[in-house]
Design a protein around this ligand. Structure first.
Ligand SMILES: O=C(O)c1ccccc1NCC(=O)[C@H](O)[C@H](O)COP(=O)(O)O
Length: 223
């Protein structure tokens, strides 16, 4: 992975991922708004799309925007096959995937993202602890749009980590002030109905997040 997230003014900015995209116009809106990463859900979800559809959508994404395939509970072989078919540049594993699953996917040469709820005090919230490149600290139910106690994790995660879970254009500043993440990830908060994105909300979210000061060193788009 290479690259650093910069705003148009050249200042380092909050890393922003828009997840659960299914339509070309929403991919285009996210890219034009300046999103740093976009996610395609390839697991059980109202937002699920096929790897073939993800490939079609990803083909229109410029290389400075990271394209991410989202999984939850699939085997490394299943993740590998779907990722290769989708032609994306990153894999996001949700839930209780063991360290071995990340190790098994290293040779894919894509950015690896470990995602899950903050959970118990002993949950390892150091980015890189499972050889991942990025960490997402999320609500207990991913993609639910449910806000949670963001301040509870302040100071716990280490490294390049994104806050997720119940964010939207109107609360992202409050959430970032509470948790002090390196980046933010959103799905429901830029939708008008379950799985239905809205271009205006996508633009508002990216603008609101990019207006915030970055709290950690920046990173990557496609490497
Ligand atoms: O979005 C889903 O439906 C989903 C289903 C299963 C595993 C992960 C899923 N989404 C992962 C994400 O990265 C979401 O952006 C993140 O959970 C935040 O979601 P939301 O609270 O809806 O903004």
């Amino acid at each position: 992975m290479t690259g650093v997230a910069f705003s148009a003014s050249g200042m380092r900015h909050m890393y922003v991922k828009i997840c659960g995209l299914r339509e070309p116009e929403h991919v285009e809106a996210a890219v034009e708004a300046g999103a740093d990463a976009i996610g395609f859900v390839l697991t059980r979800s109202p937002r699920r799309i096929t790897p073939a559809r993800a490939r079609e959508l990803a083909s229109a994404v410029p290389p400075h925007v990271l394209t991410v395939a989202v999984f939850a509970g699939e085997t490394p072989d299943e993740v590998r096959a779907a990722t290769l078919e989708a032609g994306v540049r990153a894999v996001q594993l949700h839930g209780d995937h063991p360290h071995d699953d990340f190790t098994a996917l290293k040779d894919l040469g894509v950015t690896l993202i470990r995602a899950g709820a903050a959970g118990a005090e002993d949950r390892d919230l150091r980015c890189g602890a499972f050889d991942e490149d990025l960490l997402i600290v999320d609500a207990p139910r991913p993609g639910s749009g449910e806000p949670w106690d963001w301040a509870a994790v302040r100071g716990r995660p280490e490294g390049r980590w994104m806050l997720a879970g119940g964010l939207d254009p109107s609360n992202v500043a409050e959430a970032v002030a509470a948790a002090r993440p390196w980046g933010v990830d959103v799905s429901s908060g830029v939708e008008v109905a379950s799985g239905v994105k809205d271009t205006a909300l996508i633009r508002s979210f990216v603008a609101a997040a990019h207006a915030l000061p970055a709290t950690a060193p920046g990173l990557p788009a496609n490497g």
